[in-house]
Design a protein around this ligand. Structure first.
Ligand code: IVH
Length: 680
């Protein structure tokens, strides 16, 4: 019996781990066959020994729902091919020569021996095939292996830029790329960072992970975008140039990048390539290159395809954002939640313009999965201002002297024995008083988006913890009692202490959404803190709310509700909140903060877009401001746009808005004026 129990437990542990990777991380650690085999084995054991069956067994939960809920496989009518890559203009020239050779019998009509090419942006996302019947969206299928994809219709219905109805009642299949705009990617990772979750390595991973979510609500929240670049069987619609089919897509209401440059010579292609190499940084989505397509569709058939890629198109890849370097060592860092994260210490390299010495590895399982060892050559990637990541190991470069990485069993900071939280793979320090945890919590508490206390830098916090003046965040408000002692500390003059104490005093007046955020409840980042604050109106009320009540709030899911309830059941947390309250920290919504009162009539129902350099706002800052006033942010210039806020050096968006004539163009000053006038 003992043996069977042990065996079942082992299988369960494996399945739980695979499920975690599959559903949470969007990664398959095993093949479907292997997974199904394990599940069958467990079912068999449970059938023969019903007494060991329990409510939490994977056979009862994800397992049984898995095959139904997993996306249905659908074969593509025509395979979704990939593209062969080129990296320099010489490769492009070779491509041109190859084409010329194949179609040499074909006489060009203009007699110039020229072939027309369409040059487009190569978006770095997830490709999708979307079917419309009678103008109505009926199906969305991922590329899959090119021949067979997965039915993700439910999810693509949540992508706002994919229209449910076209402007014409036609039957078409269109293909495009689903991307997560950079601005959304940054926001998403910020929220994940705030709540102690693993970050997405890049927008592509985030887009693909989101698209394969089983809960379409998550898709809706993440604001994916989609750009179309291909109309299947366009010749049947009387279209004979690719550039015309792109126009057709736009005319029927589908979004394109708006970039389809027709070039008739290598020189023209070269000029456009250079232009986009320099300008792609201005786009709100990632591009990994350009796609060059023969413009005449009738030549496509003549040129044909290999099993992998068409001969009538190639991609031109931009220089990679990934570089290789040597992994010198691993250090283990304890964060504010106690999570122990491996950090790769690297030989310094430059990645997209900045020097990198450290990169994240998330957790020990990732080290195992990527088979990372000390001394390895590794690929590093830096995605959109986020902490660099170790992408993969160059196994071919191994010398045999690389050293295996062994996970710590005790906290590197306080020596407590590390634990693993149920179901999770993270190593965690359980000691609430662990100095690294307290340091992290304080850093978070005083940060700009939280209490915004100036003068409590890392070194000073460390010192205060060391001399016992700070044991938890509430002690910050007692620091004034030790004025003289603080002033006598190294590098803490009279003025800096006074400024610090003033900043601490002022912080007591922060808005409730900020004070709630500052408490660092797991999963409660900026957005959720603001939502919970607005709904609860005070922390006393929030503390009393049940899971059911929390779940009723639109935007609060199970994870958040449970985490909030758990926090208010933790005596140490309650004690800290009580102490902060006694010190006079604000934990209530004041009348003027009520959303309904901050809405501005000038903003209600209006759409905005800012471009160029602004004086008073960051790009995300102005978006938040617009939202808080009741306006809506949109990402492109179109007839849907009401106001374009044009900052310094505004470029193509301003030009397009001027051309459209329907968009009102505001200077930053005019925008601020408009905000003031509409204020209630
Ligand atoms: S055309 C056979 N156009 O790149 C035609 N693809 O490496 C292939 N992609 O799977 C598609 N931007 O996911 C085309 N403007 C563009 C594209 C594009 C991105 C992706 C697409 C494709 C992959 C091929």
């Amino acid at each position: 019996m003992e043996n069977i129990l042990e065996k079942a437990a082992k299988i369960k542990e494996k399945i739980d781990k695979y499920n975690y990777y599959y559903y949470v991380k969007n990664e398959s650690l095993v093949s479907d066959i292997e997974y199904d085999k394990l599940m069958k084995e467990l079912e068999e054991i449970e059938r023969k020994n019903p007494e060991i069956k329990d409510e939490l067994s994977p056979t009862k939960h994800v397992g049984s729902g898995l095959s139904d809920t997993k996306f249905q496989k659908i074969a593509h009518k025509k395979p979704m091919l990939s593209l062969s890559n080129t990296y320099n203009i010489k490769d492009v020239e070779d491509f041109h020569q190859r084409i010329k050779k194949i179609i040499e019998k074909e006489k060009e009509t203009d007699g110039k021996d020229s072939i027309e090419y369409a040059l487009e942006l190569k978006l770095d996302g997830v490709s999708i095939s979307v079917h419309y019947k009678n103008g109505r969206l009926v199906k969305g299928v991922t590329r899959g292996d090119g021949a067979v994809g997965e039915d993700v219709t439910e999810n693509i219905l949540e992508i706002k830029s994919i229209p449910k109805y076209l402007k014409e009642n036609i039957d078409i299949e269109v293909r495009g790329e689903i991307v997560l705009p950079l601005s959304e990617f940054k926001k998403l990772n910020q929220v994940r960072y705030d709540s102690g979750e693993d970050l997405f390595a890049n927008p592509r991973n985030a887009a693909s992970g989101t698209l394969r979510q089983l809960d379409s609500k998550v898709v809706s929240e993440r604001n994916l975008d989609c750009y179309f670049y291909f109309l299947a069987d366009c010749d049947k619609l009387g279209i004979d140039k690719h550039s015309e089919s792109v126009e057709f897509l736009e005319n029927v209401g589908l979004k394109t990048t708006g970039v389809c440059d027709v070039c008739s010579s290598i020189e023209e292609l070269e000029e456009r390539i250079k232009y986009w190499e320099n300008s792609r940084g201005k786009l709100d989505y990632e591009t990994d290159g350009l796609v060059i397509k023969v413009n005449r569709v009738d030549l496509w058939e003549e040129l044909g395809s290999t099993t992998k890629s068409p001969r009538w198109a190639i991609s031109y890849k931009f220089p990679a954002k990934q570089v290789t370097t040597t992994l010198m060592n691993i250090t283990w860092q304890v964060g504010r939640t106690g999570k122990v994260t491996p950090v790769a210490e690297l030989e310094e390299v430059e990645v997209s313009g900045s020097k990198v010495k450290r990169a994240s590895l998330h957790n020990f399982d990732e080290i195992v999965r990527k088979d990372v060892r000390i001394g390895d050559r590794v690929f590093i990637e830096k995605a959109a201002e986020i902490i660099p990541q170790v992408v993969k190991v160059v196994k071919e470069a191994r010398t045999g002297n690389e050293k295996e990485i062994i996970p710590p069993t005790v906290c590197p900071e306080c020596g407590s024995e590390l634990g693993k939280e149920e179901g999770l793979i993270d190593l965690k320090c359980p000691n609430e008083k662990c100095p690294a945890k307290v340091r992290g919590q304080i850093e978070y508490f005083v940060s700009r988006d939280a209490m915004n206390i100036n003068g409590l830098g890392k070194k000073i916090v460390e010192k205060f913890i060391e001399i016992g003046r700070i044991r938890d965040v509430s002690d910050i408000y007692d620091l004034h009692l030790y004025r003289d002692e603080l002033k006598s500390l190294e590098k803490m003059g009279e003025k800096s202490v006074e400024n610090l104490l003033k900043s601490i005093e002022e912080s007591k007046k922060r808005d409730y959404p900020k004070t709630l955020y500052a408490l660092g409840i797991t999963h409660v980042g900026k957005f959720l803190a603001s939502l919970l604050a607005k709904e609860s109106k005070s922390i006393d009320r929030l503390a009393q709310m049940s899971i059911e009540e929390l779940l009723e709030i639109d935007g609060v899911g199970k994870k958040v509700a449970e985490s909030v309830c758990k926090a208010f059941k933790n005596n140490e947390f309650i004690e800290i909140v009580e102490k902060l309250k006694t010190h006079g920290v604000n934990f209530k919504i004041t009348a003027t903060e009520d959303v309904s009162e901050t809405l501005n009539d000038n903003f209600k129902g209006k759409t905005f877009l800012a471009t160029g350099k602004l004086e008073n706002f960051t790009r995300d800052g102005i978006k938040e401001y617009i939202e808080s006033m009741g306006g809506e942010n949109i990402s492109g210039v179109s007839k849907k746009l009401d106001y374009l806020i044009a900052g310094e050096k505004a470029g193509s968006k301003l030009k397009k808005a001027e051309e459209l004539k329907t968009v009102k163009i505001l200077t930053e000053e005019e925008f601020l004026e408009m905000a003031k006038i509409g204020e209630k």
